[in-house]
Design a protein around this ligand. Structure first.
Ligand SMILES: Nc1ncnc2c1ncn2[C@@H]1O[C@H](COP(=O)(O)OP(=O)(O)O)[C@@H](O)[C@H]1O
Ligand SMILES: [Mg+2]
Length: 313
């Protein structure tokens, strides 16, 4: 196959690992920054240009779209999809998971458990908000945050009030969430590929911190995932429509509570903590995904040919 990885830099750990894994399985791989593409929309065929030229015909795109380039990155992925190139993950699925509120709304529709989350735009009913999420302390989150940045804890009503005032004043979209104290600064990251958990780690926050993100100094250790947690992670990924995802879950007294589903999950932490070759699992899944689409297409073509033959007869 000829694979294109959309990534800001070829030297990032995750990108390097995917390139090596793809080459090891005999594929040709290019890495390109989504921001370098020109997209041309016109009647008929959509066109795309990279450094002044039409790029080669790729069999598969692996988008690694960071939060900083979400909007343009998604436009590029969508363009490739319009041109009929399979993308692992697709643009709609990435967009769904990137917005924490949208993701939660979709999850609860499918009866998947999440921390109670309130979205508001006025402080007028602050007491109702606090009551809904079970009182202080509460978690306040930017809807589009990542790597722990934009996740805050507010211990008192006064703190919540001034935090909301500040964030709304800055034009930020936020949600307020029930604080799951029994998680004790730990969470579980399940790496799901093609509807299966291929690796999982428990992350523990450093002392004095409640966020367990590795980017915030947390430490990851391999865990054998309880089947209830594995099922929740797979179900959440399915709802989003993601082929590859990192699902963050809190271990609450009543079982898994899904925090978020990352559509470009980092490989470094999970591979180092678990010693599992996650990059290889992604490439293997990519092969099956492309093959399945090819079969479906040729199946569709046969059905279409039969229809045409019947019309003529
Ligand atoms: N409701 C919550 N209760 C307890 N801890 C939380 C809660 N929400 C988030 N955290 C902690 O903060 C971390 C980051 O939150 P998350 O929603 O995953 O945002 P990000 O996209 O920044 O990783 C989580 O991994 C978890 O350790
Ligand atoms: Mg997270």
């Amino acid at each position: 196959m000829r694979i294109l990885i959309l990534s800001r830099s070829a030297t990032l750990y995750s990108t390097t690992r995917l390139v090596l894994a793809a080459r090891a399985r005999g594929h040709e791989v290019d890495v390109a920054d989504a921001l370098s593409f020109y997209l041309c929309v016109k009647r008929g065929r959509p066109e795309i240009y990279y450094r002044g030229e039409a790029p080669p015909r790729y069999d598969l795109i692996i988008p690694r779209i960071g939060a900083s380039i979400t909007s343009y990155g998604l436009a590029v992925v969508r363009h490739f999809e319009m041109m009929g190139v399979p993308c692992l993950n697709g643009a709609v699925a990435i967009a769904r998971s990137r917005d924490k509120l949208r993701a939660m709304q979709l999850l609860t529709k499918k009866d998947i458990d999440v921390p109670i989350t309130v979205c508001a735009r006025t402080p007028k009913d602050l007491d109702l908000m606090l009551e809904l999420v079970g009182g202080t302390p509460v978690i306040v989150k930017l809807q589009q945050g990542t790597q722990g940045i934009g996740v805050m804890i507010a211990e008192t009503r006064q703190a919540v009030s001034s935090l909301l005032e500040t964030l709304w004043g800055m034009g930020q979209e936020i949600v307020v969430q029930q604080y799951i104290a029994e998680a004790k600064g730990r969470d579980v990251r399940a790496f799901v590929v093609g509807g299966r958990v291929v690796a999982a780690m428990r992350r523990s926050a450093k002392a004095g911190e409640f966020r367990s993100n590795l980017h915030r100094g947390g430490a990851g250790h391999r865990v054998h995932l309880d089947p209830v947690y594995a099922r929740a992670a797979v179900a959440a990924t399915k709802v989003m429509g993601l082929e590859v995802a990192g699902v963050d879950m809190l271990e609450s007294a009543s079982g898994p509570k899904i925090l978020e589903i990352n559509s470009s999950p980092g490989l470094e932490g999970i591979e180092r903590s678990t010693n599992i070759d996650v990059a290889d699992k992604i490439i293997q899944r990519a092969e099956r995904y492309v093959e399945r689409r090819r079969k479906k297409r040729s199946g569709d073509a046969v059905i279409e040919a039969e229809r045409r033959a019947r019309r003529i007869a």
